[in-house]
Design a binder for this molecule. Sequence first.
Ligand code: NAD
Length: 361
Amino acid sequence: MELCDEERVLALAGRSAGHDLSVLVARGRCSHRRPGRGAQRRRDTIAAEPVTCRAALSTALEHRLIDGRAFAAELLDSVRAEVGDLRSRGQEVGIATVLVGDDYAASVYQRRIDRHARESGIISRPVGMPADATFGEVVGKIAELDVDPEITGILVLRPLPDHLDDARVFRRLPVLKDVEAQHPENAGLLALGMPRFVPSTPAAAFHMLDRYMVSIGRDPRTAYDGLDLVLVGRSNNVGKPAAILGLQRNATVISAHKHTYEAGRLATHTARADILIVAAGVPGLITGEHVQPGAIVVDIGINPVTGPDGKTRLVGDVDTESVLPIVRAVSPVPGGVGPITDAWVLRNTVLAARAVASRGR
Ligand code: NAD
């Protein structure tokens, strides 16, 4: 039995919303309109002709891209409403982002936060410090922001220059304004399942996944039960908190990292993932060979790549084109987790402001 392009894709994916695979495959039929023709044609009535179900194919593939912008817009709407409410009660909401040096991705991120904050009625204070700023100067700036009543959230952007130790700097953050949960106290509270703040990137990944799971009919209370969740990357700000959030949802969590890759074992683990979350910072690390049919893939990587035209653009860690025909869904870069992350930082800044308001400061 010969399958048309879309049937092949569906067969690879194993399952797909709205299509009864067993019927499609058993009958060898394509129920889609052939491009440029008025009548709906059946695969078995045109057996001698080459099958070109491209329109249906690209629509089916497009449906596999999870649109983070829609989720972000929803979150930003609720942030705006909350900010309005707090301001009407005399409580300002303000975020300071501290960038030391001029890392490209971090400065793009700082500009995005600044724009979204101002559009949401949040006071925004983007702070730039030179790449050779000393530890004393950086923690001095943090101390200044700590006593600023207009600032309810402080975010120190990574990567910090090599001469600054992340952990030493984060320990100097005021815990109630530490909206990325970078301070050990906030990281510990998250690990124990009683977070003050959930760090924005892993929170964004699960915000997206939780909603996607419900959209495919999983019960929100048991959506991850029995599923293998494989993480690529184990950084303190993304991979480790994502592992904690996965465990809290009852997934079976496997944490892969650089040493897994160097041991040649990355695909062994990723290829068994029902859900694969990738945050390695390596463009195109995950290809079709690393994923199993029907997997749900979340690409967190943001990597600046300079094209032949000399222009820099941002790409993810997943080769989306190569995994798309195989997986059930993949979040793209750009337009996936990134926009939700921006909104989540502001959501945490609102939470911090709410806590200030309820303490009556
Ligand atoms: P990091 O450098 O702190 O950590 C990278 C992790 O990936 C490490 O645990 C390392 O062991 C692992 N790794 C590196 N190379 C690997 C390989 N070849 N195979 C398997 N694992 C490998 O980076 P990070 O801060 O966690 O960020 C990771 C990526 O996510 C970056 O591209 C970053 O720009 C992006 N990021 C995106 C957002 C967002 O909002 N979408 C936010 C933060 C970070």
